[in-house]
Design a protein around this ligand. Structure first.
Ligand code: PHE
Length: 336
């Protein structure tokens, strides 16, 4: 073995043998035969000193290179074999890994639940645009031109006559324009207000508008519907409190609170230590609204309410910060 061509031949032979190495024992054998201190390549290199001086350098370099290549190839399969040996046997009795399923956002679930309950009372669903004309958001709802609710503080004004709707009440007007009584509608959707963000308020939130216009609709009907809803939605432990209030588009008007289910009425961050949380505004539809849509207020009466979906969800699930709904943290969302 003194010719340069012999080195390549030797390497080929070793590589062929390496392919056949199948277990630990064969591996050991291969190592000592080819790569060990007394292995074929060591012997080859030891012979370099006996070569004629002009041959030594090239022969030595080539032999070294070949040995290194073989060493690398050997290490590769060695690592693979070791991994296999270290891996525990496959345990067929282990339960499989369940894929994580997506699901509806908690606000969507709550909205669907609200819709289901009112559907049982004869309401159908409608919707309207979130980018709304000033006319529908304010004027047709009997807001005088200088009413403070149009103020920058509450409303996100857009170009022209458009605003981001500040409530779902404009859907009342849009539906009344198209339909004649009796109408019984539920309109869930997003609303926007330029408010300071804290645990109870966010600049975007969801409301469900409900309204009913017909002959002989009374405030007692409104109360009956809201109480029936609260019982089904919260269960019988929840109490409702009707407070007199004001909205330009209802007369008389009321704001309704639910007894705080988070603290049981003793006071907490959610109810601001009051034991009650406001969940909706409501009232008898103002004759001015009916006039704007050419309903005869002498003949037609109606009620309307607008509920905050986040507030309802917070009470039902004892959530103490509205911001959680919009952070999309899976640790929160996966709980519902
Ligand atoms: N739109 C009112 C609000 O957002 C709630 C409301 C709806 C009040 C319907 C009365 C009737 O505050």
């Amino acid at each position: 073995m003194t010719e340069i061509a012999d080195i390549a031949k030797l390497l080929k032979e070793a590589q062929a043998e390496l392919k056949a190495v199948a277990d630990k024992a064969a591996q050991e054998q291969f190592k000592s035969r080819w790569l060990g201190r007394k292995g074929a390549f060591s012997l080859l290199l030891r012979g370099v000193k006996d070569l004629p001086p002009e041959k030594r350098k090239e022969f030595g370099a080539k032999a070294n290179q070949a040995r290194e290549n073989l060493q690398a190839a050997f290490e590769k399969i060695g690592a693979a074999k070791d991994d296999e040996a270290a891996a525990p046997e496959f345990d067929y009795t282990l339960p499989g890994r369940a894929p994580q399923l997506g699901k509806r956002h908690v606000l969507t679930q709550v909205t669907n639940e609200i819709v289901r309950i009112f559907y049982g009372m004869g309401f159908e669903v409608a919707d309207g645009p979130e980018i709304e004309l000033d006319y529908y958001n304010f004027s047709a709802l009997n807001f005088p031109p200088d009413h403070p609710a149009r103020d920058m503080q509450d409303t996100f004004f857009l170009d022209g006559d458009y605003v981001l709707r500040t409530h779902t009440s404009p859907v009342q007007v849009r539906v009344f324009e198209k339909r004649r009584p009796p109408v019984r509608i539920l309109a869930p959707g997003r609303s926007y207000r330029n408010e300071a963000i804290n645990a109870r308020s966010y600049c975007m939130f969801h409301q469900v508008e409900g309204f009913y216009a017909d002959t002989d609709v009374s405030f007692a009907d409104l109360k009956g519907v809201l109480i029936a809803f609260a019982e089904q939605f919260f269960g019988s432990e929840a109490k409702l409190r009707f407070r007199p209030s004001f909205f330009p588009f209802t007369e008389p008007s009321t704001e309704v609170d639910v007894s705080c289910l988070l603290c049981g009425g003793t006071g907490c961050r959610l109810c601001k230590d009051e034991g009650w949380l406001e969940i909706l505004g409501a009232g008898m539809i103002d004759p001015e609204v009916f006039r704007a849509v050419e309903y005869d207020p002498e003949r037609i009466s109606g009620f309307a309410f607008g509920m905050g979906i986040e507030r309802l969800a917070m009470m039902k699930y004892r959530i103490d910060d509205i911001r959680l709904f919009f952070e999309n943290d899976l640790r929160f969302l996966a709980q519902f």
